[in-house]
Write a protein that binds this ligand. Structure first.
Ligand code: 5GP
Length: 224
């Protein structure tokens, strides 16, 4: 993040670095930042059209966005449509099992604690939000984003398995979507082949992330 001319705005740069398992696995993939910058821009623009407020103002260059300055709420909001990742590991649910309803989870953004799963009481005790209504707002936006993105990705032949979003408060105290939505923060599987097209390729050495991310960007552009 860099300062912008306007103190209410910041410049957000997408890097080529890749980390997984809370930084235990790290690497770099040339061109990934550019792909994720373009993917986030297309998704955030589409969400804005759907009435979901986001921090995006405009894309400045290949790897940079001008965004509204926000105070990030230190909660990772995770939505899950299909069992995978830590849900499968924690509860023994088979990867790929369609969930009977979407699960929403909160994780406390704290590297030292390894981003633990928390509930509303924990969020209140840790003062992560001002009141319980704000947690309802995070859930409400999360559900709207999931509903829209599930259809959005379906149209380009992708299954939205799960994803993580982060929110912040703007200068007026409004909660808006921040951070990014990219294949680094979503699980996306190809509808026809079931092939993973997200950061799991890197996490578990399953294949070339650049090829997959480029394919996602191409499909998003074609659908635009
Ligand atoms: P899981 O809890 O199964 O590891 O992750 C659930 C979803 O949230 C996945 O789509 C994963 O990519 C995303 N996610 C969870 N934590 C993080 C994180 O710290 N950074 C990013 N980029 N995505 C995350």
């Amino acid at each position: 993040m860099y300062k912008a001319q306007n103190p209410d705005e910041v410049i957000c740069e997408f890097k080529d670095s890749l980390t997984a398992f809370n930084g235990v696995k790290a690497a770099s993939e040339s061109g990934k930042g550019e792909l994720n910058c373009a993917i986030t821009t297309l998704i955030f623009e589409a969400l804005q059209k759907e009435g979901i407020p986001t921090h995006l103002i405009k894309q400045i260059d290949n790897t940079k966005l001008l965004v509204k300055k926000v105070d990030i709420i230190p909660i990772e909001v995770v939505l899950r449509n299909i069992a995978a990742g830590s849900l499968s590991k924690r509860l023994g649910l088979k990867e790929g099992k369609k969930l009977p309803f979407t699960i929403i989870e909160f994780y406390y953004k704290n590297d030292e604690l390894n981003d633990p799963l928390i509930n509303d009481d924990h969020a209140m005790i840790l003062n992560l939000v001002d009141n319980r209504k704000e947690l309802d707002i995070l859930r409400e936006y999360g559900r709207k984003i999931n509903e829209f993105l599930t259809g959005f990705f379906d149209k380009i032949g992708l299954i939205l398995v799960d994803f993580k979003v982060e929110f912040g408060k703007d200068k007026n105290g409004n909660i808006i979507l921040a951070d990014e939505i990219t294949p680094d923060s979503c699980r996306l599987w190809d509808k026809k082949t079931g092939k993973k097209m997200d950061k799991d390729l890197f996490r578990f050495d399953l294949g070339d992330i650049k090829e997959a991310y480029s394919e996602i960007l191409e499909r998003l552009k074609e659908a635009k």
